[in-house]
Ligand binder design. Structure first.
Ligand SMILES: Nc1nc2c(ncn2[C@@H]2O[C@H](COP(=O)(O)OP(=O)(O)OP(=O)(O)O)[C@@H](O)[C@H]2O)c(=O)[nH]1
Ligand SMILES: [Mg+2]
Length: 284
């Protein structure tokens, strides 16, 4: 399966972002803490045209905390300011304003010295793939539900400015992907974490991908959740074993993969397997 999704509204959203750039002081790049590389838009440098950037690892409550810690070190090592967030509860968001001010300080100081601007709010553009939590973060920061949110990709359709106190203004944008994934695993990672519309997905392939990863990195979670005595060598055998345990059988005793995949994907989304990350800074 090749997951491909770049509908017209994303191309439009990208154009509209480019049009607003001259108003923007700083970019908040929101990524999914479970897949911090796969969820970074490779066109980001081009889109943001050298604006200062703050990387926000959101949904950290769903990610493996140990792996998130490695990612923070990784990005810091690359000189990219990074914060870890749970936008649902607001954990970590109190550090954003100070980090943003630090990033624009030089520009603001210069403008002040030249008498170009009166003191004004810092304007931040929130950029990220669909469903990563951009609107949720904005609502949390603003302390009220102004932006529409939802647990599926493609909820925000239009840009919207939202004020956070008197010192910050945030521009919410529709989530955007890019026209072609460099390799198939990126599409699968984005599918399993919910950035791609379910109707476009082949559940079995996504679950097979996820099981393969858990088999290597979280075998004990699988054993516990599905009462498995041992973890088979091959992901497909694992699929079989889970199907059998969950009674997903068709006539003739064959495993109903579609049904098994639905159950596993539901478990993943409901966090029944615990906090999981799908990529690590150093692949081992
Ligand atoms: N567990 C958890 N869920 C989150 C977090 N942030 C957002 N969510 C959930 O993720 C889903 C998507 O949130 P939105 O804020 O609508 O995402 P978005 O990035 O604005 O999505 P689009 O507008 O479609 O691009 C919602 O169900 C949120 O409740 C988080 O930090 N942790
Ligand atoms: Mg949104």
């Amino acid at each position: 399966m090749t997951i491909q999704w770049f509908p017209g509204h994303m191309a439009k959203a990208r154009r509209e972002i480019t049009e607003k750039l001259k108003l923007i002081d700083v970019v908040f790049e929101l990524v999914d803490a479970r897949v911090p590389l796969a969820s970074r838009n490779p066109m980001i440098d081009e889109i943001t045209a050298g604006k200062p950037r703050l990387l926000l690892l959101n949904k950290a409550d769903m990610a493996d905390p140990e792996v998130t810690r490695l990612w923070v070190e990784y990005f810091q090592g690359k000189g990219l300011p990074v914060l870890v967030l749970n936008s649902k509860t607001g954990q970590g968001i109190n550090k954003i304003e100070a980090a943003a001010k630090e990033l624009v300080k030089e520009k603001f100081d210069k403008m002040k010295a030249k008498g170009i601007i009166k003191p004004r709010a810092v304007r931040a553009l929130i950029l990220g793939i669909p469903n990563v939590g951009k609107s949720t973060l904005i609502n949390r920061m603003a302390g009220k539900n102004i932006a529409v949110t939802g647990d599926k990709p493609g909820v925000t359709k239009k840009q919207q400015w939202i004020k956070v106190g008197s010192s910050l203004e945030l521009l919410d944008t529709p989530g955007i992907l890019w026209p072609k994934f460099e390799d198939q695993s990126i599409g699968l990672k984005l599918a399993v974490t919910g950035a791609i519309k379910e109707t476009l997905l082949d559940f079995s392939e996504i679950v097979l991908f996820a099981l393969n990863y858990y088999k290597d990195h979280y075998p004990e979670r699988l054993q516990e959740r599905y009462n498995l005595e041992e973890i088979p060598e091959e992901a497909i055998q694992l699929f079989d074993a889970i199907g059998k345990k969950r009674g997903c059988l068709m006539s003739g005793g064959l495993i109903d993969y579609e049904k098994t995949a639905e159950i596993v994907l539901r478990d993943i989304r409901a966090e029944k397997l615990g906090r999981l990350s799908y990529e690590r800074p150093v692949q081992v």
